[in-house]
Design a protein around this ligand. Structure first.
Ligand code: ATP
Length: 199
């Protein structure tokens, strides 16, 4: 599995549609300060489901939409599409090429899609979770983040490893199932109280 293309349209400084073609192996993005290198990494995190505006170096999520320049008016939406080569079948989906996309409208709405079919954020998170490209985004290591990992408590550090190994998804499912079981137990107790009263 490797990333094939990343297309940005109206995302941060990328007003016009821009496609980066990525080859297997190492890709370096070079450019002067402020030319948009980190915006490319932000786009990658964003399309994979990042929800924190701060992680994307903004104040609110709307800050990812092209805000305009002296010569160009602001845009009403930001779109990012990431195409992944899945010929080795790492992604649990019957396609050899998978495109995930995310759109945010200035009016507030947002859309997610997998191969052009609208889906929920959860579907994208689930699709990526077994690859280690999960919700917590440990595949993207930002400046200063290594320090944070080294200083983390053993519990937090285990969380990083579990997320990368795809275990966290099952832990969340287990917690959800346990909450349901607990609620069921309360209902059962109420039921047996009522039965006892009727008798
Ligand atoms: P450095 O090498 O200094 O880290 P960089 O190449 O990583 O720089 P970025 O941080 O990716 O640069 O890009 C910063 C530029 O993106 C700034 O000029 C900023 O004005 C522009 N920018 C960020 N958000 C938006 C937006 N919503 N609309 C328009 N431009 C934006």
């Amino acid at each position: 599995m490797h990333l094939r293309t990343l297309t940005l349209r109206g995302f941060k400084s990328f007003a016009s549609a821009t496609t980066l073609h990525l080859e297997p192996g190492i890709t370096c993005v070079v450019g002067p300060n402020g030319s948009g290198k980190s915006n490319v990494v932000d786009a990658l995190a964003w399309v994979m489901g990042e929800q924190g505006a701060k992680s994307l170096r903004g104040g609110t999520m709307e800050d990812v939409i092209f805000a305009g320049t002296a010569g160009r008016p602001p845009l009403g939406r930001a779109e990012v599409a990431l195409t992944i080569d899945n010929t080795d079948g790492v992604l649990p989906i019957e396609y050899s090429e998978v495109t995930i996309s995310r759109t945010l409208f200035r009016s507030g709405g947002s859309e997610y899609a997998i191969n052009g079919t609208p889906c929920r954020l959860l579907d994208i998170q689930e699709l990526l979770s077994d690859t280690g490209m999960g919700r917590e985004m440990h595949v993207i290591v930002g400046q200063g983040q290594l320090d944070a990992v080294l200083r983390a408590t053993p519990e937090d550090r285990r969380g990083f490893i579990e997320e990368a190994a795809g275990i966290l998804k099952h832990r969340r499912r287990k917690e959800k199932a346990l909450r349901k079981l607990e609620a069921m137990q309360v209902n059962l107790t109420r039921l047996s109280d009522l039965t006892a009263e009727i008798r």
